[in-house]
Design a protein around this ligand. Structure first.
Ligand code: ASP
Ligand code: MG
Length: 449
């Protein structure tokens, strides 16, 4: 394993010159950091997405282009030798301009990826030049040479074997000589088309790249000082977690804690790379280490909240003592590529929640055709405006008495669905959106304070 560390900086961490300078200090303070993965400057991806969706109004289009240019200009104005970086960035801005025009005529997912990738392509020119001006031997590297994906534009699947080979050939040797600054979020398919891993994907990129170069550590620098027992905006007494296991952190990411992209820990777990999460604004506050085995494994670790849940309940008297009913249900769901998240069953009914699969956000929908086919089999009810609360911890399936504590705290709440037992790390339930936050507050007070 290489004795080097990969550091990833999110959009707010590279928002402007001051923010980027703080990143530089963090990089300088760890001599093992040889590879830096950066997001686009804060706000840029959103502006690019708007352009990619097709803005036919010429005035609005130039307004967006001006905004994008000015974010980068403001950093350039702080650099002493900005000529080269400026020339590269203006070239990319020209590409943005023509792609935005093309998108206003006919938008496509392929074009969108090409366009939104420009945010990371620009921010890395700035960060590399800023580092050089601080006396660090930094080089910028185009990660599209290494991060090979399939051609699913908008949510491309990384091709692990290719990434590992290419990283070994092109990236790892470069990191032996320089501090390499590269892009998160983006990749390319076998034909050389630019692809993206989906919104928020640069955490995932960083983990894939760390895996590819067999890094010894991965730091994720963001705008929060690590993982907390729950979102401090919901429960102000939430406390930081110093160390947590991969399994617990994955559960948290899956169940809606917005700190990490849910796929991030998969490559880290595969290669047993410890992950650190901290705030680039306040690195002195420390953060959270995510490791294979955490030193402690408390019964209750954290509470996560995921909104916009859709619950589907299927009822049929024919289910009574019958076989094959669920197989038929899942056959229909599979045919329509509907991914199921939670599931509970009783003798004549089954309830399930739908996974959020697209990056557009909002509540997942049961497609009309799927509903129609299910209705031939049974009675179908769909409920929205639900939230999923997940209590995350350890050895929950082997511990006595705690259910009383949890459900006692929630005696005034109407729980729509409870899932427990399949994983020793979580207990989940659905509640109406209007009461979910107060349920989190009550539980946090009772179990964590
Ligand atoms: N810049 C991309 C986004 O805003 C990727 C990332 O920051 O993770 O979604
Ligand atoms: Mg981000």
């Amino acid at each position: 394993m290489s004795a080097f560390n990969v550091a990833k900086f999110g959009g707010t961490s590279v928002a402007n010159f001051e923010a980027m300078s703080r990143c530089a200090v963090i990089i300088e303070n760890n001599p093992e950091t040889k590879l830096v993965v950066s997001s686009a400057c804060s706000g840029v991806t959103n502006l690019l997405v708007e352009l990619a969706n097709g803005v036919s109004n010429q005035e609005r289009r130039s307004e967006l282009l001006t905004k994008i240019a000015s974010i980068h200009d403001s950093v350039l104005s702080h650099l002493n030798h900005s000529d080269e970086a400026a020339a590269e960035i203006y070239k990319i801005l020209d590409t943005v301009t023509s792609l935005a025009e093309a998108a206003s005529i006919q938008a496509s997912k392929k074009l969108t990826d090409h366009l939104v990738a420009c945010g990371e392509l620009m921010s890395t020119h700035l960060l590399a030049q800023l580092m050089r001006e601080r006396g660090i031997d930094a080089v910028r590297f185009d990660i599209r040479e290494v991060l090979r994906t399939d051609s699913t534009f908008g949510r491309a699947e990384p091709q692990l074997a290719d990434i590992s080979t290419l990283a070994g050939e092109k990236l790892a040797p470069l990191c032996q000589k320089h501090v390499v600054i590269t892009q998160g979020f983006i990749g390319s398919d076998a034909e050389g088309n630019t692809t993206t891993l989906g919104r928020g994907g640069s955490d995932y990129s960083a983990a894939l790249i760390a895996e590819g170069v067999e890094a010894s550590g991965l730091e994720i620098w963001t705008d929060v000082p690590g993982i907390y027992t729950t979102d401090p905006r919901v429960a102000p007494k939430a406390s930081p977690i110093a160390e947590i296991s991969f399994s617990e952190a994955s559960e948290m990411a899956n169940f809606g804690a917005k700190i990490l992209h849910p796929s991030t820990l998969v490559p880290a777990l595969r290669h047993d790379i410890p992950v650190f999460v901290g705030s680039s604004k306040e690195p002195e506050r420390g953060g959270t280490w995510i490791r294979h085995n955490a030193e402690t494994s408390p019964l209750f670790r954290a509470l996560a909240l995921r909104s916009n849940q859709t619950m589907v309940t299927l009822r049929s008297a024919n289910m009574f003592h019958a076989y094959g009913f669920l197989a038929k249900v899942f056959e229909i769901l599979a045919k329509h590529k509907i991914s199921v998240d939670l599931i509970t069953t009783s003798e004549i009914s089954v309830s399930l929640t739908l996974d959020q699969t697209d990056t557009a956000g909002g509540a997942p929908q049961l497609p009309e055709q799927a509903r129609f086919e299910l209705e031939e089999l049974c009675h179908v009810d769909v409920e929205h405006d639900l939230c999923l609360v997940a209590l995350i911890g350890n050895n929950m399936s082997e511990s006595k008495g705690y259910a009383k504590q949890v459900f006692g705290t929630l005696e005034d709440f109407n729980l729509r669905m409870i899932c427990y037992g399949a994983s020793p790390h979580n207990l989940c339930f659905l509640l109406h959106e209007s009461v979910a936050k107060s349920a989190i507050q009550k539980l946090h007070t009772e179990l964590f304070e």
